[in-house]
Design a protein around this ligand. Structure first.
Ligand SMILES: N[C@@H](CCC(=O)N[C@@H](CS)C(=O)NCC(=O)O)C(=O)O
Length: 262
């Protein structure tokens, strides 16, 4: 497939307010890593932000999909939603056996699928406890209302409790330790790869696959959180030296820089 460098691929991500072309959500970051890696082959992309309010409103109309989420990308075949489905589409268009988002095999794809599930459930569920109170407060009020309704059990009392807890440094430290504990699984996987002389990425490859994108998305979302510094408390923590090196390797090879304009 030829790459049209004049027309960047549009990637919709999660913004905090209208007309803000940033992404703070874990899933669109996964797509950015996938695209970043493929982008080193020359595929440009442009990130466009959508708030929760817009996603559950005008974006449903724009895409014709009442269940639309971000990431969504715009292709000549129409809108494609969901980071996993987008990875499959990118692979079908641009993947090569030696440069594949799924390690070039069905087994590699099954491995990436498992890591994706681990990242979203085991790891992500614990990161969300730190991410949710920040996101609730950082969004525009209508978006915060949608977030509470669809993601936080629609209970103001529960949300207030979470926000209050998040203001206690001890609570943040304790929850960060829970996330670090989850990441020990990744630390061990990276150690086994190293011992076996395999590549520095999760599947033992020399380049990032979707398995790396799946976990990196949660790193990038953690980095969005304020005022506590989850990069220092979790991803750069001394107990996770290989994870901390891996974050830098994914960023360097995919060219994805995790920065926020606030
Ligand atoms: N499984 C999806 C999850 C996408 C997702 O939940 N995205 C969030 C933003 S981070 C969203 O669009 N939420 C809107 C909603 O659920 O109403 C993926 O991997 O892309």
């Amino acid at each position: 497939m030829t790459i049209d460098t004049a027309n960047p691929l549009i990637v919709y991500g999660l913004a905090l307010e209208k007309n803000q072309d940033i992404n703070v959500g874990p899933y669109a970051w996964k797509t950015e890593v996938d695209l970043g890696y493929v982008a080193t082959l020359g595929i440009p992309y442009k990130l466009v932000g959508r708030t929760y309010d817009e996603i559950r409103g005008s974006f449903e109309g724009e895409t014709g999909n009442p269940k639309v989420t971000v990431p969504t990308i715009v292709t000549d075949e129409g809108y494609i939603t969901d980071s996993w489905v987008i990875a499959e589409w990118l692979e079908s268009k641009y993947g090569k056996p030696e440069r594949s988002l799924f390690g070039g095999s069905e087994e590699g794809k099954a491995f990436a699928r498992f890591i994706n599930l681990w990242a979203d459930n085991d790891l992500g569920d614990q990161v969300k406890i730190l991410f949710a109170p920040w996101l609730y407060q950082a969004q525009d009020p209508v978006s915060a209302g949608w977030f509470r309704k669809t993601k936080l059990g629609d209970s103001q009392e529960a949300v207030d409790g979470l926000v209050k807890a998040s203001k206690d440094p001890q609570w943040v430290d304790n929850q960060s330790a829970v996330v670090r504990d989850k990441l020990q699984t990744l630390e061990k996987q990276l150690a086994l790869n190293k011992e076996a002389g395999r590549g520095p990425f999760i599947a033992g490859t020399e380049y990032p696959t979707h398995a790396d994108a799946a976990v990196f998305g949660w790193y990038a979302a953690s980095a969005a959180v304020r005022p506590y510094d989850l990069v220092e408390k979790i991803w750069n923590h001394e107990s996770l030296p290989l994870v901390s090196g891996w974050v830098k390797d994914v960023s360097r090879v995919s060219g994805v820089k995790v920065t926020y304009p606030y």
